[in-house]
Design a binder for this molecule. Structure first.
Ligand code: 2HA
Ligand code: ZN
Length: 283
């Protein structure tokens, strides 16, 4: 089967367009990766090309992913163009037996390399695979409200989570383990990949201060839906903060605890601290 005709590839390409139309992918901003299943690799085997044999350094070390195949967006490519021209803008890479190098086996037909954030994608996919082998998607986007909050709230995962939780009852139900925050760092390298994957060892979402965010998921809907949910709550918070620095009323820790039983979740208590004031962002 042709790669472009598979269900996973169609979902991948569609999500890139969806993210563009949300306004999360100006120019070449953002990137997406997917760890293929064994039956999907078998399905597309005849459409892969191993001839070049050229190997490139990942820029980090992901032994748990050795030998695996990933669909990833191309470096410098525009998410907007992916649904119409996937083969030019996306590739499939195969990792070598030690998880240090990769080979391009499909796509990027006009040349190019995988996303500049490949180290972060692969390190996140690695820690996610260790905690849940069903997690296969890692998504990086530049949503405006999440980025705006990184200028307004302390860069503290507990405070970010609590303030986002209070903006929509849905939030603690969708991500009861909360979100983490990476301080400003140089993008594209190993250091930011290490910092992000530290968060992804336990949580599904990492904010990159003054840059964007990373979400993971078991499928494209889960990763996109998580980005969408956090960004929507961030938008509500920005609207509230545009009017006042204080909340008149909000969802209380007692209210949050009441969600646990009916929704079968266990909201981490470290986000449910008692606040000393109603000023947004203060503990
Ligand atoms: O240009 O978003 O972080 C792609 C990016 C880099
Ligand atoms: Zn980015």
């Amino acid at each position: 089967m042709k790669v472009v005709d598979t269900a996973f590839a169609k979902s991948f390409f569609r999500m890139c367009g969806d993210g563009f139309y949300q306004g999360w992918h100006e120019r070449n901003g953002g990137n997406l990766s997917y760890r293929l299943k064994e039956d999907e690799i078998r399905e597309i085997w005849d459409d892969l090309n191993f001839e070049s044999g050229r190997q490139y350094d990942i820029g980090t070390f992901v032994p748990t992913l050795a030998g695996e195949f990933f669909m990833v967006t191309g470096s410098g490519k525009y998410m907007r163009n992916i649904p119409d021209a996937p083969e030019e803008n996306v590739c499939i890479v195969k990792l070598d037996a030690s998880g240090v190098r990769y080979q391009i086996v499909w796509g990027l037909t006009n040349g190019g390399k995988p996303t500049s954030e490949l180290p972060s994608h692969l390190m996140n996919l690695e820690v996610c695979k260790r905690r849940d082998p069903n997690i296969r998607v890692v998504y990086h986007a530049h949503p405006a409200n999440i980025i705006a909050l990184t200028y307004l709230l302390p860069l503290d995962g507990e405070i970010f989570t609590r303030e986002i939780f209070e903006m929509a009852t849905e939030c603690p139900v969708v991500f009861p383990k909360g979100i983490g925050v990476v301080p400003w760092m140089v993008p594209g390298g190993k250091d930011i990949a290490v910092a992000t994957s530290k968060i992804m060892e336990e949580q599904d979402f990492a904010v990159w201060a003054h840059h964007g965010a990373f979400a993971c998921g078991t499928d494209f809907d889960m990763a996109f839906g998580l980005m969408h949910t956090v960004e929507k709550a961030a938008e509500v918070l920005i609207k509230v903060m545009s009017v006042t620095d204080k909340k008149r009323q909000t969802i209380s820790p007692r209210n949050f605890r009441a969600l646990n039983a009916p929704f079968g979740i266990d909201i981490d208590e470290r986000f449910l601290y008692d606040k000393k004031s109603n000023v947004i962002g203060e503990r």
